[in-house]
Design a protein around this ligand. Sequence first.
Ligand code: FES
Length: 103
Amino acid sequence: MFMSLRRTPENTVTVTVNGQQITAPEGQTVWVTMALAGQITTRKSALSAEDRSAYCAMGVCFECLVQVDGLPNQQACLRRISDGMIIETQQITETTEAPLDDF
Ligand code: FES
């Protein structure tokens, strides 16, 4: 579905996307890394729990929110990957209980 126009990346890093280890060019965005790996669901709709994915790919729509290294609400289209990064589809929905004790 998606393919990179880069032929031979100079430096690569390894990240984990929903449990899948992926080696990708350093500096590539989280969204591009996910799309090239065939994982296009970035989050679940807060209301319907349906799959959502990147739309604008330029930081405007906030459809691409993912969890990065345990931190929710990271924009996959703007965030750059780094070695060892753990990226997960964000599962926050209307029924998610927030750990208010942490605040
Ligand atoms: S895809 Fe629109 S903000 Fe990331």
